[in-house]
Design a protein around this ligand. Sequence first.
Ligand SMILES: Nc1ncnc2c1ncn2[C@@H]1O[C@H](COP(=O)(O)OP(=O)(O)O)[C@@H](O)[C@H]1O
Ligand SMILES: [Mg+2]
Length: 226
Amino acid sequence: MLRTVELSRHYQMGRSLVKALDRLTLSMVEGDFVALLGTSGSGKSTLLNLIGGLDQPTSGVLEVRSRNLAGLTRDELSVHRRDTVGMIFQSFNLVPTMTALENVALALMFAGVPKAEREGRAATLLEAMGLGDRRHHRPRELSGGEQQRVAVARALANNAPLLLADEPTGNLDSRTSRDIMQLIQTLHVRDGKTILLVTHDAALAATYARRTVTLLDGAMLSDTDA
Ligand SMILES: Nc1ncnc2c1ncn2[C@@H]1O[C@H](COP(=O)(O)OP(=O)(O)O)[C@@H](O)[C@H]1O
Ligand SMILES: [Mg+2]
């Protein structure tokens, strides 16, 4: 599913070089569930953004399903985002002026679903997240947990095999966090999604993930099976 070899993302900041990710070598098989741990600034979001095709590496190999993303054109990267990955974020990143249904339907549009099918499929996805009766609510009319479930529905719109989650429970209380984690676990166990989950919560990582990878200063500190 994923292979990186000496993957780096460096930023030149004036005279200093920030090594956000530095020669990271990491592989994930299809169906893996990896928790990515590390202190703030250790490169976790940088790695997710590279895998998600939101950013491009400075050097190294980055393959998703045997396709090297390094060196793809912008158009090719948008195809990768459309077909291969679903992303969820700590701050949900929903469009505030759109309802839950419209947010998910928008993702279906980007996924190439014909207009006539979008609303029905968006409703089905929201239903599966337990949000059938919230479909016409806008983000500010929803709780944090509900917003994150809309974001999960959106991430599933393209049927991508790989789900990238960047601290998805970082803005949620502990009970709601557990609900969202159980939802992610269901996607892994029932639907066979490959999951890469960033968290700073080692206990949460140990409970849900099969494997824990810890970064330090953009490099691998440890890689342990659960
Ligand atoms: N666009 C950027 N320009 C310069 N430095 C950046 C940029 N994005 C991230 N960094 C730096 O790269 C390092 C890793 O950041 P990040 O991947 O966001 O860490 P984490 O998600 O683990 O907290 C940090 O030192 C951060 O300041
Ligand atoms: Mg981060």
